[in-house]
Write a protein that binds this ligand. Structure first.
Ligand code: CA
Length: 247
């Protein structure tokens, strides 16, 4: 909880300059925080700085959007209830521009959670206030790890679809396809071993980093979105009662 953290500011983080900008980001990349409550923004900034991220803070949605466009951060921590432009509108604007920077939404109330879930988050995540800043750092690491993937496998082609893990680009019949982080990771997993059938549980644990045996529907929804983007024909095969394969 934030109350506890304000008391126990980590010594290493307390030594960091309060305004880390993109140029000072070292190692893990820059994170833009958009948060209008200064106490929360300060705790988020301290913990992210201590975890090795460069941090830039904005207090309203319009300034946040401008900073994201300008700084091209590795990730964004986005409060939903913000002055000028709220977090949902900011996210929609970015996505409409083709900007898929990973986001972690910070929600304060149940109705905000509902709106965030209604966005059908691609690779994104959300936390509900109050939350532990350690949890925030863990979620951020998970989000970035999912995006980067383990190592960089060589480019692979199955049928009409080519996928390059290094540049995270996908082409289908020669056209580049824009995918969300989750869609890309899902396709990459399926294409990593053409012909192999992956169960929904395997895909959940590999792509989402979780084992929730009730969440198979999540996989189905993302597979459907992926197929819609690739068009027909595409190499994703449904293996009834088992899962999916690329072949
Ligand atoms: Ca707020």
């Amino acid at each position: 909880m934030f109350g506890e953290c304000k008391v126990a500011v980590p010594a290493a983080a307390a030594g960091h300059p309060m305004h880390l900008n993109g140029a000072m980001a070292e190692g893990r990349g820059l994170v833009v925080i958009v948060e209008d409550e200064p106490a929360i923004a300060d705790v988020e900034r301290l913990y992210l700085a201590q975890a090795g991220y460069g941090v830039h803070v904005e207090r309203d949605g319009a300034a946040g959007l401008a900073a994201i466009r300008r700084l091209r951060p590795a990730a964004v921590i986005l409060d939903v209830g913000l002055p000028v432009m709220d977090g949902i509108e900011l996210c929609r604007t970015l996505r409409a521009e083709g900007d898929w920077t990973p986001l972690i939404f910070v929600t304060a109330r149940d109705d905000e959670v509902d709106r965030v879930i209604g966005l059908e988050l691609g690779g994104d995540d959300y936390l509900t206030k109050p939350f532990s800043p350690r949890e925030l750092v863990a979620r951020l690491r998970g989000l970035l790890r999912r995006q980067e993937g383990p190592g960089t496998p060589p480019p692979v082609t199955v049928g009409d679809v080519s996928l390059d893990g290094a540049s995270r680009r996908v082409t289908c019949r020669g056209y580049e396809i824009t995918l969300t982080t989750i869609e890309f990771d899902l396709l990459a997993k399926l294409m990593s071993s053409p012909g192999q059938v992956f169960s929904r549980e395997q895909l959940l644990s590999s792509v989402w980093g979780q084992v929730d045996y009730g969440a198979g529907r999540t996989v189905d929804v993302h597979v459907a979105q992926l197929r819609a983007k690739l068009g027909e024909p595409n190499p994703i095969r449904t293996v009834r009662g088992v899962g999916y394969a690329a072949s």
